[in-house]
Write a protein that binds this ligand. Structure first.
Ligand code: FAD
Length: 498
């Protein structure tokens, strides 16, 4: 870099993709600037996604346990009360601690941080890029009415009427602007009755009833939270199973478990209309039962990449063939030379850990390190009670591929530790190539499935076999023993199940 005013890398967006990429780039001696429009870094994940939802899951799970599970343990709490305001304040405190930590990491790595909205400009004759910085109403992630992601409505259009506050120059620009929740055209988010996940994480009262449209990971997580706190939750899903695309056995078993929590399900149905009532919303459904009334409606039908920000459209950056995400090459470079994209903006699952690995891989490749990230081994988790986790292929996918596989399944209630914890359902399923025994995928429904799946991810990364897992010593009594037993079951030699 010859010009000292030119950064080696400008990162737009400080979510898990952007801030991790910025830190890795600084470690590799790049001069880095990160531009974030919100006042706290961490993106969707830390501010309104992964972290606040887990804080609420933890609190609501404890409340439910105290009321419904602990009496079985001989523990009886008298006059149980719920202070939702305090619960929400605790959630915000967790978020603040974590985002404060990210701020310190940014500073500690000597990364320049600019608060504002970054918009990509045209490169100069030396192919140095400019990023214009605009002021942004970044006071909070919620509008006063609650429930809207600020940047979902703030678009680049009209930007030209305002003057940029400043402009920076960078040899490379990494777009990490993330995603926004998808709205249903006939029921836009209002933050009062029609909520996105952001609004559903900030309610001030436990609603008497909640309809959740979409039975993906976010919808089911929120169903767990509000049902545990006493809401009458109904989940409506268009497909014939919850968690579409996941292992059907896991989806069926989890649905049974969530029903025990009081969640009701309407499958193979879709909402076609919404009418606001004085005390809630009346939803019209395509099929039986025809309608459903609820005090609050959470629309959790997916997220879409934030393409209307950061000058993405004006820069002429090409999109994937289905025009939904930014198209990148194996180095994460977009169709515009020197401009890269990662995380929820590009192909692959919209997950924080995927965005982080994208960030690291993209930056290392810029530095000439032959980094590699295998999209086939990205774990996916649904954080319910119990948790569901998956990695690699499931049975339905292997059958479709015509691939011969062997399967080992171990029931969670046959694991001593799980039984001591009161687990009554769940399983670990490992799928291995019929000839080579290489692990092709796994699905787990269990307490702490999110942790258990890591062992299988590691084995798959090492291109290991079910035999490898079966030969590893696991501490007793622990939940990971169920993983070993499932591996043993692949060759029909599980010790603790028939
Ligand atoms: P984001 O985290 O969306 O960050 C993008 C950042 O860019 C934002 O801070 C935004 O303000 C900023 N930005 C956008 N445009 C501009 C601009 N022009 N200028 C400056 N800044 C800009 N994933 C998991 O892996 N595990 C989970 O448990 C999990 N739970 C979730 C729960 C919920 C309720 C939600 C909504 C999501 C959850 N996710 C989870 C998904 C996860 O949050 C995302 O996949 C992840 O945050 C994507 O990271 P990212 O860096 O690509 O984008």
């Amino acid at each position: 870099m010859s010009d000292e005013n030119v950064f080696d890398l400008a990162v737009i967006g400080a979510g898990p993709g952007g801030y991790v990429a910025a830190i890795r780039a600084a470690q590799l001696d790049m001069k880095v600037v990160i531009i974030e429009q919100m006042e706290s870094p961490g993106g969707t994940c830390l501010n309104v996604g992964c972290i606040p939802s887990k804080a609420m899951l933890d609190s609501s799970g404890r409340y439910h346990e105290l009321e419904h599970i602990l009496p079985e343990h001989g523990i009886q709490a008298k006059a149980l009360t719920l202070d939702l305001e305090k619960m929400t304040a605790r959630k915000q405190a967790v978020v603040k601690k974590l985002t404060g930590g990210v701020d310190s990491l940014i500073k500690g790595n000597k990364i320049t941080k600019i608060e504002g909205r970054g918009v990509l400009g045209a490169p100069d004759e030396n192919n140095v890029h400019t990023v214009q910085i605009f002021d942004h109403d970044n006071s909070q992630w919620e509008r006063s009415s609650g429930g809207l992601n600020q940047y979902s409505t703030e678009k680049d259009s009209g930007e030209e009427k305002r003057k940029a506050r400043e402009q920076i120059k960078a040899s490379r620009v990494l777009l990490a602007a993330g995603s926004v929740p998808v709205e249903l055209p006939f029921m836009p988010f209002d933050g009062k009755q029609i909520l996105s996940s952001t609004g559903a994480l900030s309610l001030t009262d436990v609603p008497k009833s909640m309809a959740i449209i979409g039975a993906g990971a976010i919808g089911l997580e929120m169903a767990s939270v509000w049902a545990s706190l006493g809401s009458k939750v109904t989940v409506i899903e268009m497909m014939d199973q919850i968690l579409p695309g996941w292992d059907s056995q896991l989806a069926r078993t989890l649905m049974r478990d969530l029903k025990k929590l009081g969640v009701e399900f309407i499958l193979k149905n879709s909402v076609t209309k919404a009418k606001h009532l004085k005390t809630g919303v009346k939803l019209t459904l395509e099929n039986d039962p025809g309608e459903l009334k609820a005090e609050k409606v959470l629309v959790a039908v997916g997220r879409r990449p934030a393409l209307d920000t950061a000058g993405i459209r004006d820069a002429g950056i090409e999109l994937d063939s289905d025009s939904r995400r930014i198209a990148v090459d194996e180095n994460y470079q977009t169709s515009v030379s020197g401009v890269y994209a990662i995380g929820d903006l590009i192909h692959g699952p919209m997950l924080a850990h995927k965005a982080e690995e994208d960030g690291v891989t993209a930056v290392e490749r810029m530095a000439g390190i032959p980094a590699h990230f295998d999209y086939g081994v990205i774990p996916g988790v649904v954080y319910t009670h119990p948790e569901g986790a998956t990695v690699g292929a499931n049975e339905e996918e292997l059958k479709k591929e015509g691939r011969e596989y062997a399967k080992g399944v171990f029931p969670i209630p046959a694991n001593g530790r799980a039984l001591a914890m009161g687990s009554e359902s769940g399983f670990v399923k490992i799928l291995a190539d019929a000839k080579t025994d290489r692990v092709l995928g796994a699905q787990i429904l269990s307490p702490w499935a999110s942790d258990l799946i890591s062992e299988i991810v590691s084995i798959m990364e090492m291109k290991g076999s079910s035999e490898d897992i079966a030969r590893i010593v696991h501490a007793h009594p622990t939940l990971p023993e169920a993983v070993k037993e499932a591996a043993l079951a692949v060759k029909k030699r599980s010790i603790h199940s028939l």
